[in-house]
Write a protein that binds this ligand. Structure first.
Ligand code: SF4
Ligand code: SF4
Length: 675
């Protein structure tokens, strides 16, 4: 079991402000990769509405790995997201997710679904993310004015949270899920509790305006296979008893086996992919979806709410690869082929349902097809698989850049004008952008089905590997593993170059020590190193996919835990924890499963107490000088101390606590001015 641990709220604020002030980035996303809305009043206005509420633009992260933790929400916002579909929550918040769970090698498969946090932790993360975004907008000076003149305090910065809940009526009606929902509808208590944590130096942040209603809409996620009447009962419950606007997520098999497989196999050439046959019969069918959507739309209107459909869920296919563990008989397909299938399904649905029903879209969305999705009138348009590719969240500004360019080219000042002009259906639609979006869709579906970029032939490349295996220090330092992590678990830290010779130490039963064995070399060749913040790492495997070296950054690079509890719970995985409680830092470690500890005895980094799990040595200038104790307190037979481990710990301790580069491990230390 790999658990996620959320960082203390104040640590997140400190990390954001210190990181921005020292290197113009937040959560490792450089400011030059953010979306900076234009301050030019003549620039195209990307703003939109969702369920009648304003948002700065129609793009956002889909319910998934990019919307689970507070830092994910900040990263998505910095990159331009304005409508966030929060990670799906459900009653079973102790799921055992198989690892790895994300295969974004090319088209995208996964075996992960709902939240990996406890329900109350999910609520807490959403409240924290909400407050952090309001801080960024309302108190930019706290962070060093990261958006400069870009008007994120205005409409271009408006954002919305859309909840996602699953998966059955019983769970959604349970007390725990109801508590979560009421916490999202009115988070005033949680907001006050978080405000109370702010220290004096951040006291001014207490006075900002944090709206207490985090969300008033839900996208319903149902199990692949949830029957139609249950879906309808859940929507009724949400619309009437909970009192929220509702979007129901549709499943790709609604297109029917013949049409779906024609597109998948004959048009796009994914002959190796087999749809799970049960998916066609076990879930919502096309005709049923039309019937229940009509009834629910009427019910929503009668209750002053809005109702719509989301296209779509992932596609359940037979696991034909060896990426996931073999017990995963099925997996969920996303990315380019899903885009074509889902867009076709959405068009069929609209033809029968009518063009007025709001549609949200998420399936293989990327920079190139995003303007077309806007032209179809979808909102929001959410993305996930594309953000798992190299560049991560930093891919999002391209979406908005291309939309802006498209609008400029057409002389469209607003999204509605863009929809009217995009495919020249404005007149035919009588100036109605909703109808124009529907008319555009017919052209865009044809164009998309014929576009070779969605075919298997264009999506079979795998990231290149070189013949090299990762070790603790040094690697190609391509830095790909940092942005591809949705949680910002991988990070750079700085080290001095090290090149020294050492010999191991024999500790005799009488307590004398002496150097033994061959002389060995300890080398650190690069000044920038990769580490992993274990609290944020759920072993999804995505950084391994894109690392050019073998064995996985999250496994081979040093993992640092944010608390002693997380470090202890993380056993037997190797890792480290910086103990800053005493007068000097100490580094607790597990290396190859063996517990060890290094205590710094001076500020110069020359004098240490090193405990290798059996003996404790005093080490001065890299050389052991005396035996300080036996870990068991008992006499022992001759014992060989691997001094290479000491050198590893010493480099890690000094480097990770250095303020030369702020990251999640040292942010609280730098903020507190600890030694
Ligand atoms: S560090 Fe790698 S394995 Fe861990 S969460 Fe991030 S991408 Fe996934
Ligand atoms: S661990 Fe891999 S992906 Fe990360 S910087 Fe090193 S070589 Fe690149």
């Amino acid at each position: 079991m790999v658990d996620l641990y959320c960082s203390p709220f104040v640590d997140l604020i400190d990390r954001m402000r210190l990181e921005y002030q020292t290197r113009s980035s937040m959560f490792d996303l450089p400011a030059k990769k953010w979306f900076h809305p234009s301050a030019d009043p003549d620039a195209p206005d990307l703003s939109t509405t969702f369920h009648g509420r304003p948002a700065g633009n129609p793009v956002g992260p889909a319910a998934g790995p990019q919307t689970q933790m507070a830092q994910n929400l900040v990263l998505a916002y910095l990159a331009g997201s304005r409508i966030f579909e929060l990670k799906t929550v459900q009653i079973n918040d102790r799921l055992e997710i198989p690892r790895p769970c994300i295969d974004a090698t090319n088209i995208g498969y996964n075996v992960e679904w709902s939240q990996e946090l406890l329900l109350h932790e999910s609520l807490d993360q959403y409240v924290q993310g909400w407050m952090l975004l309001h801080m960024l907008r309302q108190s930019p000076e706290t962070f060093g004015n990261p958006f400069s003149d870009s008007p994120i305090a205005g409409p271009a910065g408006d954002f919305l949270f859309d909840m996602s809940v699953g998966y059955d009526l019983k769970g959604i009606q349970s007390d725990t899920v109801r508590r979560f929902l009421s916490g999202m509808l009115d988070a005033s208590k949680d907001i006050e509790a978080l405000k109370a944590l702010l220290p004096d130096r951040l006291m001014h942040l207490r006075d900002l305006d944090y709206p207490s209603a985090l969300s008033s809409s839900i996208t319903l996620s149902t199990f692949h296979g949830c029957p139609a009447d249950e879906i309808e009962r859940i929507c009724e419950f949400l619309l009437t008893e909970i009192g929220v606007d509702v979007i129901v997520k549709m499943n790709p098999p609604m297109l029917g086996a013949e049409r779906l497989e024609y597109l998948l196999h004959d048009v796009m050439g994914y002959h190796e992919v087999t749809v799970n046959p049960e998916a066609y019969t076990s879930g919502l069918l096309f005709d049923e979806s039309i019937e229940i959507c009509r009834r629910l739309d009427t019910l929503a209107k009668a209750n002053g709410r809005s109702f719509g459909a989301k296209f779509s869920n992932t596609l359940e296919v037979v696991n034909h690869k060896d990426f996931f563990t073999p017990d995963n008989k099925v997996m969920y397909l996303s990315g380019p082929p899903l885009h074509v299938i889902t867009l076709t399904l959405a068009a069929e649905f609209r033809k029968v349902m009518g063009h007025a029903m709001p549609i949200t879209f998420s399936a293989g969305v990327d920079r190139k097809n995003f303007p077309n999705m806007v032209a179809c009138g979808f909102k929001p348009i959410t993305t996930c698989t594309d953000l798992l590719k190299p560049g991560g969240y930093g891919r999002l500004p391209g979406y908005l850049g291309d939309l802006t360019a498209g609008m400029t080219k057409l002389g469209a000042k607003t999204i509605d004008e863009f929809i009217l002009k995009a495919n020249s259906h404005g007149d035919e639609a009588g100036g109605d952008p909703v109808l124009a979006g529907f008319l555009n869709m017919a052209d865009i579906v044809k164009e998309t089905q014929a576009d070779p970029r969605y075919t298997q032939a264009k999506n079979q490349m795998v990231p290149k590997r070189i013949n090299s295996h990762l070790v603790v220090f040094d690697c190609v330092t391509c830095n790909k593993c940092i942005p591809v992590c949705p949680n910002d678990a991988n990070f750079l830290y700085e080290t001095p170059k090290v090149d020294l010779l050492y010999r191991d130490i024999a500790v005799q039963p009488d307590g004398t020590i002496k150097e033994v064995g061959e002389e060995k070399e300890f080398k650190v060749e690069r000044t920038e190193q990769i580490a992993n913040f274990a609290d944020y790492c759920n072993h999804c495997g995505n950084c391994d996919t894109f690392c050019p070296e073998y064995d996985g950054p999250y496994i081979k690079k040093p993992s640092f835990f944010g608390s002693l509890k997380a470090f202890e719970d993380g056993a037997p995985h190797d890792g480290f924890y910086v103990d800053a409680q005493g007068e000097r830092y100490a580094l607790l470690g597990r290396m190859d499963g063996v517990a060890c500890r290094l205590d710094s005895l001076d500020e110069a980094g020359k004098s240490y107490e090193y405990d290798d799990g059996v003996v404790t040595l005093i080490i001065e200038d890299g050389r052991p000088t005396e035996l300080a104790g036996l870990c068991s307190g008992q006499p022992h037979p001759p014992h060989i101390v691997d001094l290479g481990r000491f050198h590893t710990l010493a480099v890690l301790l000094n480097s990770i606590t250095s303020s030369s580069r702020v990251h999640q491990v040292n942010a609280p230390l730098v903020a507190s001015g600890a030694p």
